[in-house]
Design a binder for this molecule. Structure first.
Ligand code: ADP
Ligand code: MG
Length: 449
């Protein structure tokens, strides 16, 4: 093609990108290829018939205007899709290069990158995660959709994202023609809001509904976001109806997800729901041994056992501890002993020593004041109930690493300002009333001890 025409096309694309926004550009305009310019007609091509129709109706008028402005000898424009191209080009020279698979490219651009470290072969399997692991493998290896959706859930740092990436990488390798879309629910929401803003929800829908495998990580993030949920629900249904694989992860089971519509919850539970339970000592030790081996770090068995005993929170912290230990040993050039371990990791070890959960706090406080545990979540406000509840909120703030909104949620979905108020109130009362302060201190010591 004439280089002047190429340059004109480049400027037109830049204009369109500015006018219609990045999402529209990525979905519709970027895949558009300018083939040639003959007898006043610009010939463009796109991968699918659907895209051709959409571009013609939505962007055709503006495209032609821009062509005319760039090049007065343009009289018309013709868009063909890949299926047509073979017939259309028979009388003309063969196009220079085959059109790149623009569709797959635009999927790739909204799909989050896969972490190559998250594979099946380095995922350590134990009782707590064996079901989730087996289900993930099955989905990755199956020719037909074995269950839909696969719903993986469990606490933070227990391997949900690892398994999801492993599924995606496996399918990408074994079936490169399949379109896989992996992204966090947050990113899904962000994309959707963008599409709304640029009035481009058609492109959004097309992008999501044309994939073979849709994977949404941390779906709890769309709790309370009604429009996003609605859109996700439709996308989800469309894909499941077409027998495309959907994989979802969340921090809770479908039934326990808060702020998600009931019909959505029930739909999410239709396939296979697999929980990843908290780690056991055996699993932690297995993970430590395997990671130490991978890092080629010479760590005494005693130290690994010590860590597996002490760091019980989650796998991410376990990895963090190991990395720090190895980095320290390399830096200082000393071998790792139990003493160095305790020294280097003393903060981590202490944090893990007194890890109290909000549930334990609620239970202890309810027992102490002789109120029912359910009152911790109830809406009742009489002082005999509200006060213990406030104390439990206060202790949750003091003794756990949970944020105010997280604490609020655990107390019957209260607002974070309510928690803030409780903390302030209890502080005040402690100052004014010595026996009240003693009571709270006693509870604290019991919980810590
Ligand atoms: P989640 O998404 O559940 O919060 P991740 O998948 O991000 O947790 O896991 C946190 C870290 O722990 C990652 O580095 C992951 O590779 C590692 N990990 C978790 N479970 C295992 C396991 N069973 N075997 C090996 N590594 C694991
Ligand atoms: Mg994750």
């Amino acid at each position: 093609m004439d280089h002047r025409v190429s340059a004109q096309w480049a400027r037109i694309r830049a204009r369109m990108r500015g006018e219609f926004g990045e999402t529209a550009f990525q979905s519709w305009l970027k895949p558009l290829i300018c083939k040639d310019f003959q007898d006043g007609i610009v010939h463009l091509s796109v991968p699918t018939r659907f895209m051709k129709n959409w571009i013609e109706t939505q962007y055709g008028g503006r495209l032609l205007e821009l062509w005319r402005a760039e090049n007065p000898s343009v009289t018309g424009m013709e868009i063909v899709h890949a299926g047509e191209r073979d017939q259309a080009s028979s009388s003309r020279p063969v196009p220079e290069a085959p059109a790149p698979d623009s569709k797959a490219q635009s999927d790739a651009s909204i799909s989050a990158p896969l972490d190559p470290r998250f594979r099946f072969d380095n995922f350590i399997v134990g009782k707590p995660n064996e079901l989730a692991f087996a289900a993930a493998r099955r989905v990755a290896e199956a020719d037909n959709v074995p269950f839909n959706p696969l719903f993986l859930f469990g606490g933070v740092g227990l391997g949900k994202t690892h398994l999801m990436h492993a599924i995606a990488s496996h399918i990408r390798q074994s079936s490169p023609e399949k379109r896989i879309l992996y992204l966090s629910a947050e990113k899904f929401m962000y994309q959707f809001i963008r599409a709304l803003r640029y009035k481009d929800t058609m492109a959004f829908k097309e992008q999501f509904r044309s994939v073979d495998v849709l994977m949404i990580d941390d779906v709890q993030f769309i709790a309370g976001k009604e429009n996003t949920q609605e859109e996700f629900f439709h996308t989800f249904n469309a894909l499941v109806d077409q027998n495309r694989q959907v994989v979802i992860s969340a921090d809770k089971s479908p039934a326990e997800l808060e702020g998600i519509e009931d019909r959505m919850k029930s739909r999410l539970g239709w396939g296979l729901v697999a929980e990843i339970h908290s780690t056991t000592y055996e699993l932690r030790l297995g993970i430590l041994q395997s990671k130490a081996e991978q890092m080629r770090a010479d760590i005494p068995a005693k130290v690994l056992e010590f860590l597996a005993h002490k760091i019980t929170s989650n796998v991410r912290e376990l990895e963090g501890a190991l990395n720090r230990l190895v980095a320290y040993a390399n830096l200082v050039g000393r071998s790792i002993t139990l003493e160095t371990t305790q020294e280097v990791l003393h903060d981590l070890l202490r944090a893990n020593d007194r890890r109290v959960t909000i549930e334990e706090i609620q239970k202890r406080v309810a027992e102490h004041f002789n109120v029912r545990l359910s009152e911790m979540h109830s809406a009742r406000r009489s002082r005999s109930i509200a006060r213990p509840r406030q104390i439990a909120m206060y202790l949750s703030k003091q003794l756990t690493a949970r944020s105010l909104p997280e604490i609020g949620r655990k107390f019957g979905g209260r607002d974070h300002t309510t928690v803030m108020h409780a903390v302030k109130k209890v502080d005040e009362l402690k100052q004014q009333d010595g026996s009240f302060a003693e009571d709270v201190e006693l509870l604290r010591r019991m919980l810590e001890g």
